[in-house]
Write a protein that binds this ligand. Structure first.
Ligand code: DP6
Length: 359
């Protein structure tokens, strides 16, 4: 499959004005995307749980105009946010070929997140996917031809990827694979697909409690971090390991082997941070409390036989993952043992969800 499948047909109608709204969730990777090439293409395949309670809602209002050029304004929680506009401009430039109407409209993008902006939870996955879905929705209403749901979702994911790589995994759920992989039929570097195989009931409604360890701005952005994987001494080995971990995880999703799941997921999180620590320049995003939490999770698992585990994204926060059956026990463990290591004791209870929805 190539990009050309997403080039637009001619539009049969172009409305004068209107608006469209979408709600799109964040996601948490189990196999990590870290390293890219070309235009937002991943160096290895990744897989994530789509989340549910952490989401962005975006309303895209549009009015047709005669002049050429991009014209848009971005609002966060009702306030104009010029700081977001360079990233949106870059996104518009990247998707221009695939959405031929972009320069024909003035846009007002109104967005809000369910999680606090300063929580350290990246809003790029939910934000870029919500915007991509609004634009796709506009395109669908303009094109005369029938558009299948699969095409709609894949092109929305393809567009979201051009805004932020991990955003392409937020359209569907509860598990999404992004990146070509020999054991996942239909997988593509261009867009995320819903995990196509049967998944053991152990993973139904999987829980993710996000411990907000550090709410500060990231010291090193993901985009810079990805860049440091070029010329990284361990890059090739890392990409190969991620792909082989996905092969192993495929078996685990089938047989429900929780110990194997824990080993793969925690190893992926630590490898991600090991790549950061061995980049040049090197950097550390974990905080002392991140390590304290990890040690306490290990201790709790050893003492109780729980199937709790952790993963990390590009920051200090810890995602605590556990089966739904353990919800009561793990909730009290988090409250009594882990909350003290969070900024202001704050954390967010989330769980795997089914993806984005139109509002
Ligand atoms: C550590 O998708 O934020 O969360 O493509 O440059 O926007 P860009 O990067 P981004 O990287 C996310 C990296 C990660 C791992 C993951 O989600 O797979």
């Amino acid at each position: 499959m190539t990009e050309t499948q997403f080039l637009p047909d001619s539009y049969t109608q172009q409305p004068e004005q209107g608006s469209v709204s979408w709600k799109s969730p964040s996601n948490i990777a189990l196999i990590k995307y870290w390293g890219k090439y070309g235009e937002q293409l991943p160096q290895n395949a990744s897989v994530s749980f789509t989340l549910s309670n952490c989401f962005t809602e975006t309303k895209l209002s549009y009015a047709s105009k005669d002049s050429k050029g991009y014209d848009f304004e971005v609002y966060l929680d009702g306030q104009r946010e010029p700081g977001f506009e360079p990233k949106i401009l870059q996104f518009f430039e990247r998707v221009e070929n695939y959405l031929a109407f972009l320069q024909n409209y003035s846009f007002r993008i109104e967005t809000s997140n369910s999680f606090p902006h300063s929580s350290g939870i990246a809003s790029s996955a939910s934000g870029m996917s919500a915007l991509a879905l609004c634009l796709m929705d506009m395109e669908r209403s303009m094109s005369g031809a029938e558009m299948t749901d699969d095409f709609f979702n894949h092109k929305a994911s393809f567009l979201a990827r051009l805004g932020s790589g991990s955003a392409c995994r937020s359209i569907e759920g509860p598990l999404v694979v992004w990146g070509e992989h020999p054991v996942i039929d239909g997988s593509s570097n261009l867009f995320g697909i819903k995990y196509p195989l049967d998944v053991h009931e152990n993973f139904n409604n999987y829980q993710d409690t996000i411990l907000l360890v550090d709410k500060g701005e990231k010291q090193v952005s993901s985009t810079i971090g990805h860049g440091l994987m070029q010329d990284h001494p361990y890059a090739e080995r890392r990409f190969a390991t991620a792909n082989s971990n996905l092969s192993k995880l495929r078996l685990v999703f089938g047989n429900g082997d929780m110990d194997a799941f824990i080993e793969i997921v925690e190893s992926e999180a630590l490898q991600l941070h090991a790549m950061m620590m061995t980049s040049l320049p090197y950097f550390i995003l974990m905080k002392p409390n991140t390590l304290e939490i990890i040690n306490r999770i290990w201790q709790y698992r050893k003492q109780t036989g729980s199937k709790i585990c952790f993963t990390l994204d590009a920051g200090a926060n810890v995602h605590v993952l556990y089966p739904e059956a353990e919800m009561t026990d793990v909730s009290s463990f988090i409250q009594s043992n882990l909350a003290q290591f969070c900024k202001n004791g704050s954390y967010i209870n989330d769980h795997a969800g089914l993806g984005a929805s139109r509002l």
